[in-house]
Design a protein around this ligand. Sequence first.
Ligand SMILES: [Zn+2]
Length: 150
Amino acid sequence: MSVTQDATSGQRSHRTQTIRLATELFMVARRPYEDPPLRHDLGPMNVLCHHCRALHWNAERTVESTRSSTPQFGTCCNHGKVNLPAPPAPPQVLHNLLQGSDAQCTEFRTNIRAYNMALAFTSLGVKSSLDVNQGFGGSAWCKQVTTPDS
Ligand SMILES: [Zn+2]
């Protein structure tokens, strides 16, 4: 067998393997979804940061506090170093919907996520930046998005 025949045979073998692998991957991709046999479970997210009262998973505690009865967390308030002011009170209409007990209030609280998604970005302002938006053609456009109260 000549060198040329070996190379051709090798190429054919490589092509055959590539086609077989592609076919196997295609068949894997076409399988119906099945839940994996094992799921990663962090347990309940019910461990409270005693500084800011944020809820954490137990696995989020710092290494230094793994043996302590008071878990420490660095991802929320960084051990109490970050202290944000309380958010402003909501408008009275919204406060009533959030706190009320009538049917309208209950319906509002049941669908609050859908309302939030539906109304997001329904009212915004845009200022074009002339610093970036110069010249012709399809260049980048820089917009500063502002909310009605900003
Ligand atoms: Zn915290």
